[in-house]
Design a protein around this ligand. Structure first.
Ligand code: ZN
Ligand code: FE
Length: 269
């Protein structure tokens, strides 16, 4: 098969609601955040794909739990990319902000973004348009979800705000491959924040239809999230007003203050 065959990205469902994304050219494959090896091994076998690399976004077990098993089954020569500063099982290559990862098979060039918030050393992988990539792609782990964002287990609201701002600066047509199917519950919360957001209301209908057919609501896009995701809209009047009402605070001077309020609200929603 031609080296420049268009890349395909497929979700491998794992656990209750995780997606392990598989990037492949019909022959060679990368997987992102394999929390469980079994569904990955089955998928690779069914599709006759050779695993050539593993990309890890953060240290949580539902994203890393399958790495050692994959290496045991498929070969310890397979490179494992992951963030510094945390124990990532099997990691062979530390990936830092602005690192360029050039993978030969499948042919793809990725740029690393450091996006602290959900965890402190969380990273994301971005592939801009290239020979075999028609639309930019972002693998964002548990930082950004469709209509939501990750819980702040380790980082601060300011860090999460800055991390989401990095994503907001990416091309609007960037396909966003989030690692959990949390969309419907995120939409319920987003509608509480912005009950009058028409884009959100129509997205809610579309997402419900997809889930009724048991189809993924992902990938989303950066452009879509800027329209419907309250955590990426903390500079919008309606979101600020709702955050003030919910918190009883009269002054929320920055988007990070607004994000702190709505993130805490979501945690108990
Ligand atoms: Zn996580
Ligand atoms: Fe997770």
């Amino acid at each position: 098969m031609d080296k420049n065959t268009l890349l395909q990205v497929w979700p491998i469902p794992a656990f209750d609601d995780n997606y392990i994304w598989c990037i492949h050219d019909g022959r060679s494959a990368l997987v992102v955040d394999p929390g469980d090896a079994t569904p990955v091994l089955t998928y690779l076998n069914d599709q006759k794909l050779t695993l050539t690399g593993i990309l890890i976004t953060h240290h949580h077990a539902d994203h890393t739990g399958g790495v050692l098993n994959l290496l045991q089954n498929l070969g310890t020569h397979i490179p494992v990319y992951g963030p510094a500063g945390d124990n990532i099982p099997g990691r062979t290559i530390v990936a830092k902000q602005d690192d360029k990862i050039e993978i030969a098979t499948p042919r793809v060039s990725l740029v690393v973004y450091e996006v602290p918030g959900h965890t402190l050393s969380h990273i994301a992988y971005f592939a801009n348009m290239q020979a075999n990539v028609v639309e930019p792609m972002l693998f964002c782990g548990d930082t950004l979800f469709a209509s939501g964002c990750g819980r702040l287990f380790e980082g601060t609201p300011t860090q999460m705000t800055e991390s989401l701002a990095k994503f907001a600066s990416l091309p609007k047509n960037t396909l966003v491959y989030c690692t959990h199917e949390y969309t419907l519950s995120n939409i319920r919360f987003a509608l509480a924040v912005e009950p009058n957001n028409l884009n959100l209301l129509s997205w809610a209908e579309k997402a419900q239809a997809l889930r009724a057919l048991n189809l993924p609501t992902l990938p989303t896009t950066i452009g879509q999230e800027l329209q419907v995701n309250p955590f990426m809209r903390c500079d919008q009047a309606e979101v600020i007003a709702m955050a003030k009402e919910v918190s009883g605070q009269l002054n929320l001077p920055t988007p990070a203050h607004v994000l702190a309020v709505i993130r805490a609200w979501k945690d108990r929603f």
